[in-house]
Design a protein around this ligand. Structure first.
Ligand SMILES: Nc1ncnc2c1ncn2[C@@H]1O[C@H](COP(=O)(O)OP(=O)(O)OP(=O)(O)O)[C@@H](O)[C@H]1O
Ligand code: NI
Length: 235
């Protein structure tokens, strides 16, 4: 895997299920299982991300927007969970930080009193985003933030991530959803079988994929319903 994200940039990491997208995000966060064998080089601001550097940045410099909503505690009101994140992120006034985090993500203050099951899928996503942003991270890894959401909520999530990047942070959007990625990404990195195989500018996804040099990338593009559902010939 080879991927770079700069401040102010939204990079989409696109690939089929099992390609290794979540593992890459977990490797950056230091969340791989204890017996995982790792090789390679992960750097932030040019500095190797070794265990002490990772501990220093966890929840602050780097934040994960998790793939699974089970990261929320089902038996604790959302407001209390936000206050806990604020405290962990070292915010001096967790109560105020939690309240601001809700309104920053377009949620009303009364959401604080609700349990996760009392929220819509789109609202849960916003709460997770509010938590991830609590430590004002430089790098946000959003792992599949849109599946299962209605089109309007998908657009809201993407717009929110774009805004986070425009605020000067680096955002990596992990997704299967190529059309969604193309709406907001500055660059699209394609991965397949545990490797990044191509990096493409969104504008190159056009027509019959004449501008796409990698056959797998072109196959992904042509497999979209709008492009005729041509089945990818797997390499
Ligand atoms: N703990 C583990 N031990 C061994 N193999 C694993 C482990 N976790 C994941 N894998 C394997 O690594 C590969 C990549 O998994 P990963 O979850 O990163 O895929 P993904 O690209 O995020 O897929 P999806 O789009 O379905 O979320 C898969 O083949 C998976 O079976
Ligand atoms: Ni995944």
């Amino acid at each position: 895997m080879d991927l770079t994200a700069d401040r102010g940039e939204l990079v989409a990491l696109v690939g089929a299920s099992g390609a290794g997208k979540t593992l890459l995000a977990h490797a950056v966060l230091g969340m791989l299982p204890p017996n995982a064998e790792e090789s390679g080089d992960i750097r932030v601001d040019g500095e190797p991300l070794d265990p002490p550097a990772r501990r220093a940045r966890a929840g602050r410099g780097i934040a994960l927007l998790p793939q699974s909503v089970t990261f929320l505690d089902p038996v604790t009101p959302v407001g209390r969970q936000l206050r806990r994140s604020a405290a962990l992120a070292g915010r001096p006034d967790p109560r105020a930080a939690a309240a601001t985090a809700l309104t920053d993500r377009g949620l009303s203050p009364e959401v604080a009193g609700r349990y996760p099951h009392e929220l819509s899928g789109g609202m849960v996503r916003r709460v997770l985003t509010a938590m991830a942003m609590m430590g004002s991270p430089d790098l946000v890894l959003a792992d599949e933030p849109t599946p299962g959401l209605p089109a309007e909520a998908v657009r809201a999530v993407l717009h929110d991530l774009r805004r986070i990047a425009d605020d000067g942070r680096a955002v990596v959007l992990i997704t299967h959803d190529l059309p969604a990625a193309l709406e907001v990404a500055d660059r699209v990195v394609i991965c397949h079988d545990g490797r990044t195989i191509d990096e493409v500018r969104p504008a190159d996804f056009t027509g019959n994929g004449e501008a796409l040099s990698h056959p797998y990338t072109r196959a992904l593009w042509l497999a979209l319903p709008a492009n005729g559902f041509h089945l990818p010939e797997d390499s």
